[in-house]
Design a protein around this ligand. Structure first.
Ligand code: GLY
Length: 382
């Protein structure tokens, strides 16, 4: 642990610190049990006695808001709390406009901070609001879902959805601090935990075969909440921090973090960003498709593709397009949605393919005919 000496009294022995090295915009991800109750002290150490507005959702507020308010106490004056409706549908232009206006009504000024207190939806929309409010105010991420703790709270991406696709409107706005209290995951519904686990597996599949080997052995302990859970979150955050430090604005390597996402985002759009298909479930199917397609293209062994798919299945995650409740999209619909992906260049979507477990790469010259043929078969359940 390489914490600031001044921070020590706010931390317990199991606390892990992952630094994100971005020069003047560097920050720490603090991971461990019981951190929510210490968050006022952690924020004070980094930002001083900053006035804070909390943005959260109804579920997180019901379970944990009192603990956060108690922790802010007199250390960081509380300007007010804005409670959003849970779910991906909240990431819209109209909700963003109303959130910004409510933050202004709370008197949030340039020197104040927004605390994004929730899962990926809250982090994305609150981060977006913080990035444009008075041309940018400080952001503290306190992620409460596994998905947000290992991915969306780290790296500064913010965004909302439009009918054209997911996260097509957004900004880069790095947080000043990320506080990941592993105890709050105990109250996370199991389906949400499983969905977040897909992002953990992603780090192994994209660049760290040793981590994937370890996940195969440690999955049960991670789900049960043993020490392996903190280790999995730390390793995931270290992997993401290293990539973000190298390529903050996704001009190269950061695209690897989108393994499974080109397919996954299109499937989420097809499902109307609803509870029919959670983000983590969509990317689980997306990663399975990336491995199967890579195998068909002769890039990756069938054994590696089967191992990756078997691990998702063992974790209770979907791997087939036909498993989407309410019905699978047709291949034409899926391809049209894929064409809207953020990584499209000159009309050609980039895909993250694999040469094996831990060996993802960006394919800019996808064979679209082969892809179409592959998706036709997958969408009809073959
Ligand atoms: N979740 C992908 C990224 O942060 O780049």
């Amino acid at each position: 642990m390489d914490a600031d000496p001044g921070m020590q009294d706010a931390l317990s022995a199991d606390t892990r610190i992952v630094p994100v090295g971005l020069g003047a915009r560097s920050y720490d991800i603090v991971i461990g049990g019981g951190l929510l109750a210490r968050s006022g002290a952690l924020i004070f150490e980094r930002l001083g006695a900053v006035k804070c507005a909390i943005v959260t959702d109804e579920n997180v507020a019901g379970a944990h808001l009192d603990t956060l308010l108690g922790a802010l106490g007199d250390t960081c004056p509380h300007a007010g709390t804005i409670t959003l409706k849970p779910g991906e549908a909240t990431k819209s232009f109209s909700e963003l406009a109303s959130l910004c206006e409510r933050l202004l009504e709370l008197g949030i000024e340039r020197g104040d901070a927004v605390i994004a207190f929730g899962g990926g939806v809250v982090g994305d929309i609150a981060g977006f609001a913080a990035s444009i409010l008075r041309r940018g105010v400080a952001l503290v991420q306190i992620p409460t879902s596994l998905l947000a703790q290992v991915d969306s709270s780290v790296g500064g991406k913010t965004g909302i959805n439009t009918p054209q696709g997911k996260n097509l409107i957004g900004t880069f706005h790095q947080p000043r601090l990320v506080i990941s209290d592993t105890d709050v995951l105990m109250s996370l519904p199991e389906r949400q935990f499983r969905a977040g686990y897909a992002e953990v597996v992603k780090y192994g599949l994209l660049g760290d075969v040793e981590f994937f080997n370890w996940l195969e052995k440690s999955r049960a302990e991670i789900f049960a909440g043993g020490p392996a859970r903190g280790q999995a979150i730390e390793t995931s955050c270290r992997a993401k921090a290293a990539i973000v430090a190298e390529d903050e604005r996704e001009s190269g390597k950061r695209a690897l973090l989108n393994l499974g996402h080109t397919f996954g985002h299109a499937l989420e759009a097809h499902a109307g960003y609803s509870d029919r298909l959670l983000h983590g479930e969509a990317i689980s199917i997306g990663m399975a498709l990336a491995f199967e397609f890579s195998n068909e293209m002769g890039l990756c062994s069938g054994q590696d593709a089967q191992r990756a798919i078997a691990h998702f299945k063992a974790a209770g995650l979907p791997v087939e397009i036909g498993r989407i409740p309410g019905g699978a999209p047709g291949a034409g619909v899926l391809l049209a949605l894929i064409a809207q992906d953020k990584k499209v260049q000159a009309g050609r979507p980039a895909f993250i393919l694999v040469r094996g477990i831990g060996e993802a790469y960006v394919e800019h010259r996808m064979d679209m005919e082969k892809l179409q043929d592959f998706l036709k078969r997958k969408c009809s359940g073959k």
